[in-house]
Ligand binder design. Structure first.
Ligand SMILES: [Zn+2]
Length: 314
C-alpha cells in the first residue's frame, strides 16, 4: 500500500484540505465553508473533510498521517490551540489532536498555519539555509524555517512579526496592543483605515480597495503609507533572522492589484547592505495552497522519523 498524507488549513472563512506526499505534492484538495468557531462543530468539519479525502484514494493508497494547520498559537507538543484567535474566538482551548486522533486511527500533528505555509514554500528551495514567510491576509502571519526545521520558540508563539510595534501609541490591534504592524497592513486594517478616510470605499472589500488605489492618487498614497509600516516590521524581522529567502504570500498578496513591488522596495530600503545583498524576495510559489503542502510534507517527515527512531524527533 502507498502512504498518503492529509493536511488541513483552518481559517476564519474556510477549512481548506488536501492530500499527497512530498513527491506527488497535492494530488487532491478541496474546501468547506466555516460558519462558526465552536469546537465540536469544527471537529465535525475536520472529520467531514477527512472522509472526503478517503473517498478520493485509489485502491492501493491509505492515509498514514495528518497535519492540522491553525491560526494562532498552535502547541505542536500538546496539540492544543492557545492564545487569542480573533477570527475563531471559540477555537482557543481546542485540542484537535486529542479529539480526532483515536477515532481517525492515524497520528495527527498540529502547527501554526503560517509556519506550514513557510514549510511548504521551503520545499521548493531544499538547499536554502533559511526562509522567513509572511502571509498578508485577514491578519499577518509569519513563520521561519531553518535547515528544514520550523522554529517555534519556547511557547510555540515565535515569529509574531505582525505584532511587532511600528508606531508608538498607534492604532489598537486585535492582540490588545497599540501600533502593531497588523493594525496597519492586514486586509481588515487596510479596509478599516481606507474606508474611514475615503467614503467611496465604505462597504468595499480588500480587492476593491486595492483595485481603486491603482487609479486614485490619494488612495494610492494612503495604501502605500500602510504598507510602508508593514515593510518596517518585515525588514526588522529580516535584520534579526538574516534569512536566505523571504516569501510573501496570503490572500491579500495574491490579489493581482496588490502592489508587491512597492512593498519589496520598502523592505529593501529598511535593510542594511549585507542583508539586502544576500536576500531573495519572492511571492509564494504555491499560493494559498502552500500551508496544505507544508502540512503534507510535515506529516510525512514526522511519520518517517517516528517509525524509524520511534521518537518524536522534530
Ligand atoms: Zn498586535
Amino acid at each position: 500500500m502507498k502512504n498518503i498524507f492529509a493536511a488541513f488549513d483552518l481559517g476564519g472563512s474556510y477549512l481548506k484540505y488536501g492530500m499527497g506526499t512530498a513527491d506527488t505534492l497535492i494530488q487532491f484538495d478541496s474546501r468547506i465553508a466555516v460558519e462558526s468557531s465552536d469546537k465540536q462543530y469544527l471537529y465535525s468539519l475536520f472529520t467531514q473533510a477527512f472522509s472526503d479525502m478517503k473517498s478520493h484514494l485509489s485502491k492501493d493508497e491509505i492515509i498514514a498521517g495528518a497535519c492540522i494547520g491553525s491560526p494562532g498559537t498552535a502547541n505542536s507538543k500538546t496539540g492544543k490551540i492557545e492564545g487569542v484567535n480573533p477570527n475563531l474566538p471559540e477555537w482557543t482551548g481546542a485540542n484537535p489532536v486529542k479529539a480526532l486522533q483515536s477515532s481517525w486511527g492515524i497520528p495527527i500533528y498540529l502547527d501554526n498555519d503560517a509556519n506550514l505555509m513557510t514549510y511548504g514554500e521551503y520545499s521548493a528551495y531544499p538547499k536554502a539555509d533559511s526562509m522567513l514567510g509572511i502571509t498578508i491576509g485577514t491578519g499577518i502571519g509569519s513563520g521561519f524555517v531553518t535547515r528544514n526545521q520550523i522554529f517555534h520558540g519556547s511557547t510555540y508563539s515565535a515569529l509574531e512579526v505582525g505584532h511587532t510595534i511600528v508606531v508608538k501609541d498607534g492604532l489598537l490591534c486585535n492582540c490588545g496592543k497599540k501600533g502593531c504592524a497588523e493594525a496597519y497592513g492586514s486586509a481588515n486594517s487596510i479596509i478599516r483605515v481606507m474606508s474611514a478616510k475615503f467614503p467611496s470605499l465604505q462597504k468595499a472589500n480588500i480587492k476593491d480597495v486595492l483595485d481603486k488605489a491603482l487609479v486614485d492618487k490619494s488612495m494610492k498614497v494612503q495604501l502605500e503609507h500602510l504598507l510602508s509600516l508593514l515593510a518596517i516590521a518585515i525588514a526588522n524581522a529580516v535584520t534579526i533572522l538574516n534569512p536566505a529567502i523571504l516569501i510573501i504570500g496570503g490572500g491579500v498578496a495574491d490579489i493581482d492589484s496588490f502592489p508587491f513591488s512597492y512593498l519589496e522596495k520598502e523592505i529593501l530600503e529598511n535593510l542594511m547592505i549585507e542583508h539586502k545583498r544576500s536576500l531573495l524576495i519572492n511571492q509564494a510559489k504555491y499560493g494559498n495552497k502552500a500551508a496544505i503542502l507544508g502540512g503534507i510534507i510535515l506529516a510525512e517527515t514526522r511519520n518517517h522519523y517516528q517509525k524509524k527512531y520511534n521518537i518524536d524527533s522534530l
